[in-house]
Design a protein around this ligand. Structure first.
Ligand code: ADP
Ligand code: ZN
Ligand code: ZN
Length: 781
């Protein structure tokens, strides 16, 4: 039998299956989707078996054998392997990089290069090796490398690739009853009886604590053959702080209609957009649909956007479906993720709830995929290998012949356009479940506010309203719009701002560890209080942070309990959940960034204040208006979710901008129509598709020249008025990780030949060693 293996090397030149012979001892164990170790160009490498061919190898080319199987059950289904292949073929990232994206991080293998000493007589080598037999390659001083190289040639030293497997399975120790002797001491009799009452098996720790058994006692019972020990595989528990309770609701007529429509379509492939205002009961609909899916013996994936809202969402799913739910969010440790993932793989749970990567949950019989807040940018993975969870969801729903349900109060412009054209099915919820209607909104014109000489960022109007909320024992939520914003340090004397030496951005100041960090390459330096340019000590923190807002609130309302939610306060295990729990039970005011705008459901919040609505309008991204509108709508949805009506106060310098105007009215149709006019003129999505080619090089000139050549190639091969090729243009951040970047932007309608042209260009450029990548889901550039 021959196995086709994709090798764990992210290099386009080896991006194809390699054939290995399956040794006889693995027959019957080997399956497609398992990992193995093979020898690849003289080194041991991990690989994924993607195909098995039941034939003898031709005698002309001798095949190497598979060294070792790492799994006894496949870690990837055939569906996911095919999916990885398709994604790789449309994006030009290597096949292996998608295979690795689909499995938990603990299944990746760590490789390290080591040197092994063969000639133990050599004095100089013994010194270099610190008198050890093996040493990490990286520990060798660069100046000694020529000598080492010589020694390798002479076989005095051997270069070995070492690797470490990372997966760790948690076991519990079980005490098992083996035999019952006729005579027993009292203590032993007590233990034996306890075991009998528990079907002969009890967890050791439980037995120890309940009957106060010493290790010595139990060990002696093992020696006598009364009991035996056994290790049983177990999962790590995910803590939830909030008590779980499921509240079942009776659907309103509107909800019932939407539910019926969706339920009737569950048996085949379909794509639905559920456009429902905040608080209209979208989540209730999801929960009930999933119940139907489970009744049919099928499984469900639910994607929710940011980590911050996961605890609350998770709670609703856990309280309805209990142990049937696996959770995937980035706050989980790698080991816990691995446990959750195994529950899915083995069919021990029916539902996976999580952020972007949960779209790869290895279910085998999907009945529905739900993407909540479908407009969210975080569903796109921006790093290599690029993918968009919505695109993956579409592919998986088609493959599994099931429904894809996209839900949002503010659908992405392109999703709504598709729904209006009938590409997606559209269902709508236009009323809030509690029938209170949308909250009232008020605007504060910051231009006027400043003229009155107000020194606080909180306007008079907002201050008054927070005060009445505190008096009534109700809660307020204040949002600081911080997209495209950062804290940085500026010299007051010469105006110098410290920038990253590798990237074209200013460094962000972090108060908690007093460092300056680059958010693109993680370059970090400690802040010293002297300007590197002029030596002045007069440095100033620029940027308006949540901490400063907190100080202001403490001045205005000395007795109020203010809870702050930002990256600093939510660090650590269950960080978000702890902050939210604290606010719900003890807080008067919650202040936070974007992370509080979405998904939170606190019935006692009756006031929402937006401190600076316009911040996100200024970022150079064609979606900035959509995002501003969406933020206002989402955040307004946080007010008045209980039985008390809500009020939203928005502070802005641009009260007449259409994104702000329609956002305040929560008028999606109005915003959509206006925005579509703009997009049509500018030839943006959804009127044109967009794909971006990124070309990188260490030298500015090289990056530009190469990009220009690629653009010319494109223009030469394309003879179609439906395609516009623009560039080379440097992106907003034009240098990252010491590489200069140039973008070529392709806007096109339906151009069937484009894929082939791109394929040719990419193959050619990759073979020349060009650093080139493709982004089919450009968000900002
Ligand atoms: P969305 O996901 O659209 O924001 P949710 O499903 O979270 O809306 O519903 C908002 C709140 O209203 C939740 O607390 C939910 O339990 C409640 N709710 C939804 N539908 C009903 C209903 N028919 N009767 C009573 N409460 C409901
Ligand atoms: Zn950097
Ligand atoms: Zn200076």
């Amino acid at each position: 039998m021959i196995a086709e293996v994709i090798i764990d090397l992210k290099n386009k030149s080896v991006d194809k299956p390699y054939s290995y012979l399956v040794p006889d001892e693995f027959l019957g164990v080997v399956e497609v989707g398992e990992r193995c170790f093979v020898e690849f160009s003289n080194f041991k490498r991990m690989g994924f078996i993607i195909n098995l061919i039941d034939e003898e190898p031709s005698s002309t080319i001798p095949l190497k054998e598979i060294d070792e199987l790492l799994d006894l059950e496949p870690v990837l289904s055939k569906e996911l392997i095919e999916l990885a292949k398709d994604l790789s073929e449309t994006s030009y990232y290597p096949f292996i990089s998608y295979l690795l994206t689909m499995v938990p991080a603990t299944l990746k293998v760590n490789y390290s290069k080591k040197l092994r000493l063969l000639n133990k007589e050599d004095f100089r080598l013994n010194i270099l090796f610190n008198m050890e037999e093996e040493i990490d390659y990286s520990k060798i001083d660069k100046r000694d490398l020529p000598y080492i190289k010589e020694c390798i040639k002479n076989k005095d030293v051997e270069l070995v690739y070492d690797f470490k497997r990372k997966e760790s399975i948690k076991y519990v120790r079980i005490v098992k009853l083996e035999s019952i002797p006729e005579k027993l001491t009292d203590k032993r009799k007590e233990i034996v009886d306890y075991l009998i009452n528990n079907n002969g098996q009890v967890e050791w720790l439980k037995l120890r604590d309940e009957l106060n058994v010493s290790l010595d006692t139990i060990n002696r019972m093992e020696n006598k053959g009364i009991i035996s020990f056994m290790d049983k595989e177990t999962y790590r528990e995910i803590e939830t702080l909030k008590p779980l309770k499921d509240k079942k609701v009776t659907f309103t007529l509107e909800q019932q209609n939407v539910f019926n429509t969706l339920k009737n379509d569950l048996n085949k492939h379909s794509v639905y957009l559920l456009k429902g205002i905040t608080g209209s009961g979208k989540t209730e609909i999801y929960l009930n649909l999933i119940e139907e899916v489970i009744k049919k013996g099928k499984e469900a994936i639910v994607l929710v956007p940011e980590i911050s809202l996961t605890p609350m969402m998770v709670n609703r799913f856990k309280s309805r479906f209990g142990a049937d739910v696996a959770i995937f969010h980035s706050e989980l440790s790698n080991n816990t993720r691995y446990d959750e993932w195994r529950k899915v793989l083995r069919g021990e749970v029916k539902i996976a709830v999580g952020a972007r990567s949960a779209i790869f949950a290895p279910f085998k019989n999907l009945g529905i995929i739900i993407i909540d807040e479908e407009h969210e940018q975080s569903y796109k993975q921006d790093n290599a290998p690029i993918y968009h969870a919505k695109d993956v969801a579409l592919r998986r729903a088609k493959q599994n012949d099931c429904m894809l349900l996209l839900g949002s109060a503010t659908p992405a412009i392109e999703s709504y356009a598709r729904a209006r054209k009938g590409v997606f099915n559209l269902v709508e919820l236009n009323n809030r479940a509690n029938n209170l209607g949308l909250p009232k909104t008020m605007v504060v014109d910051l231009n006027k506010e400043f003229q009155t000489g107000r020194r606080f960022t909180i306007s008079y109007l907002l201050e008054e309203n927070i005060k009445t909320r505190i008096e009534r024992g109700e809660q307020s939520l204040l949002l600081l719009n911080r997209r495209g914003y950062s804290n940085y340090i500026m010299c007051k004397k010469c105006g110098h701002v410290r920038k990253c030496p590798n990237c074209d951005v200013s460094l962000t100041y972090h108060d908690y560890d007093k460092t300056l960090k680059c958010h693109y390459c993680n370059y970090t330096i400690k802040l010293n209080n002297i300007c590197p340019k002029c030596g002045s000590e007069n440095l100033e923190k620029i940027g308006y942070g949540t901490e400063k807002l907190e100080e202001e609130l403490n001045t205005l309302f000395p007795t109020a309990r203010v809870v702050r939610m930002d990256n600093d306060t939510t660090r650590g295990k269950n960080g978000h959940e702890k902050v939210l729990y604290d606010f719900e039970n003890n807080g008067d005011i919650l202040i936070g960034t974007q992370m509080i705008a979405k998904g939170l459901d606190f019935p006692n919040v009756t006031l929402v204040g937006v401190i600076n609505a316009d911040q996100s309008l200024s970022i150079p991204d064609f979606r900035s208006k959509e995002q501003t509108f969406e933020l206002l709508t989402q955040v307004s949805g946080r007010a008045g979710r209980g039985d008390k009506p809500g009020l939203v106060i928005v502070q802005t310098y641009n009260k007449d901008h259409y994104a702000i105007k329609y956002g305040l009215k929560q008028d999606y149709e109005g915003f959509y129509n206006e925005e579509m006019k703009v997009r049509k003129i500018a030839k943006f999505i959804p009127f044109y598709n967009m794909t971006v080619i990124k070309v990188k090089a260490p030298e500015l000139k090289d990056a530009f020249t190469r990009a220009k050549i690629i653009k010319d190639k494109l223009n030469m091969s394309l003879d179609n008025p439906e395609v516009i090729v623009m560039g080379p243009i440097p992106p907003t951040i034009s240098r990252v990780d010491s590489l200069y970047i140039f973008n070529i932007i392709i806007k096109y309608k339906i151009v069937p030949e484009l894929d082939n042209i791109l394929k040719n260009i990419f193959e050619d450029e990759i073979s020349k060693g060009t650093l080139i990548s493709l982004d089919r889901f450009p968000t900002s550039f």
